[in-house]
Design a protein around this ligand. Structure first.
Ligand code: UD1
Length: 430
């Protein structure tokens, strides 16, 4: 079994370039299927989830070419809409976007149940209710089937703020007949990015970034060139890595506004933050103090940053309290930190973290993607060597994490060969 090994105790210093946003790319690549034309996407992160999504598209006979390491050309003119039930579909939560995209373009989709990180039960009832409101008949059996001969606009209220449901309904509605309104919509940067992408293809989506999105259906979408936004969570992870190692790191190629909830908490903690147009510098000069954090939909504190913050807070003096409000059970990784010496008490959705003097390296497990990043951060600050097991999760969402950390001065290595596996497309290696 392959591991990431980290010999802790090296403060991180220097600059790190942030890749394109995983969760935006995973929505925008399926959204490209809505145009019967060629789409070129730039700033696509080179991570296993994208390789997986590309493999699914290839099963639909979509032609994908890498123009350079981060630019893909998607030609869906020969798309053959068929049932999608491969292992690749089950590996990833974001395969649910294929339902919205195929339903929107063909009025018909058959897609296996999406998988993904295993930290909680992850229902998609709001997506399916949204498709039904747009006129589709939805059946859940061995696959999820959605079909209609007439997609029409609808007034939809989401009972829970859901990023996936908001985006999926936008995908299904953009070519529908008439106007769709999504009330209580998610406001995450990738919701806005997907709406902007749809508009760059001729869509008429307005209000993205607010809780009311209006989609005026159009007859067809055309090809486009589009650049995906930088990854808010990857940036936040390196900012947190700067603090946990008491270093000085500048995250580059980011949108500082997307980082507001994270930078505000780092300021409260006592870190020094300098904001630039497209970069943020994080350094630690004085003592750090306990924090209170409650995760919430954007613009609140992102749930995906919760595990790396908990790892960091395990070394901050005082008692910090972290409340997880988005997912039911997202603390399953905590016992790994406790193995390293952290003092964390769990009570349902609340974690009370009493800062300890030190963490000690040992063998720990990445239980999901963001928990995996938290384990790496803990290892960066721990005494001795930490061996992180089950690292396939980390490679799903962090491009070249080991190399990026090494450039910042981390003593980190990997004994396997799974990282950022190349994708072979049209005879080119991406
Ligand atoms: C996306 C992100 C994920 C992040 C999450 C919240 C992707 C691929 N993943 O997941 O990393 O943690 O946003 O920021 O973009 N819910 C329902 N029914 C539904 C849909 C959601 O009850 O049909 C609930 C979920 O159980 C959860 C909450 O709504 O409690 C938010 O989930 P949602 O925003 O939909 O998460 P995802 O879009 O799947």
């Amino acid at each position: 079994m392959s591991h990431i090994y980290i010999r802790g105790g090296h403060p991180l210093h220097g600059d790190v370039e942030i890749s394109g946003m995983k969760n935006a790319a995973l929505a925008i690549i399926p959204a490209a299927l809505l145009a019967d034309d060629v789409v070129v996407l730039e700033n696509v992160p080179h991570i296993a989830d994208i390789t997986n999504m590309i493999q699914i598209l290839q099963d639909l006979k979509v032609r994908i070419t890498y123009l350079d390491e981060h630019t893909i050309r998607i030609d869906s003119r020969g798309l053959q809409n068929q049932a999608l039930a491969s292992e690749a579909v089950h590996k990833m939560r974001a395969s649910y976007y294929l339902i919205g995209a195929l339903l929107g373009r063909y009025g018909k989709a058959a897609v296996g149940y999406p998988g993904g990180c295993n930290f909680v039960q992850r229902p998609i009832d709001l997506h399916l209710k949204g498709f039904e409101a747009l006129g589709a008949k939805v059946e859940v059996g061995d696959l999820i089937y959605a079909e209609t001969d007439h997609l029409h606009g609808a007034n939809i209220f989401l009972d829970i703020v859901s990023v996936g449901a908001t985006i999926n309904i936008m995908l299904a509605a953009v070519l529908a007949d008439g106007e769709t309104v999504i009330n209580n919509a998610a406001k995450e940067p990738h919701v806005v990015d997907t709406a902007n992408f749809l508009n760059s293809m001729g869509g008429r989506v307005s209000g993205a970034g607010t809780d009311r999105i209006v989609i005026r259906g159009v007859k067809s979408l055309h090809g486009a060139n589009y650049q995906i936004i930088p990854d808010q969570i990857e940036a936040g992870t390196y900012m947190t890595a700067a603090v946990i190692t008491k270093g000085d790191v500048t995250v580059r190629n980011i949108i500082p506004k997307h980082m507001s909830a994270i930078t505000a908490k780092l300021v409260d903690l006592g870190a020094t933050i300098q904001e630039f147009d497209d970069a943020i510098r994080v350094s630690v000069h004085g003592p750090l103090s306990e924090l209170m954090i409650k995760t919430a939909p954007y613009p609140g504190f992102p749930t995906d940053m919760q595990p790396v913050f908990v790892a960091m807070l395990s070394l901050v003096p005082g008692s910090s309290i972290v409340t997880e409000n988005v997912w039911d059970n997202r603390f399953s990784y905590v016992n790994q930190l406790v193995k390293m010496g952290a003092d964390i008490h769990l009570d349902g959705r609340i974690a009370v973290i009493k800062g300890v003097e030190k963490l000690t390296g040992c063998e720990i497990e990445a239980t999901d993607l963001r928990a995996g990043a938290a384990m790496v951060l803990a290892g960066l600050a721990a005494d001795g060597v930490t061996a992180v097991d089950n690292v396939k999760y980390i490679f799903r969402g962090y491009e070249s994490m080991i190399e990026k950390l090494r450039v910042l001065g981390a003593d980190i290595w990997y004994d396997g060969d799974e990282q950022n596996q190349p994708v072979v497309v049209e005879g080119k290696i991406g």
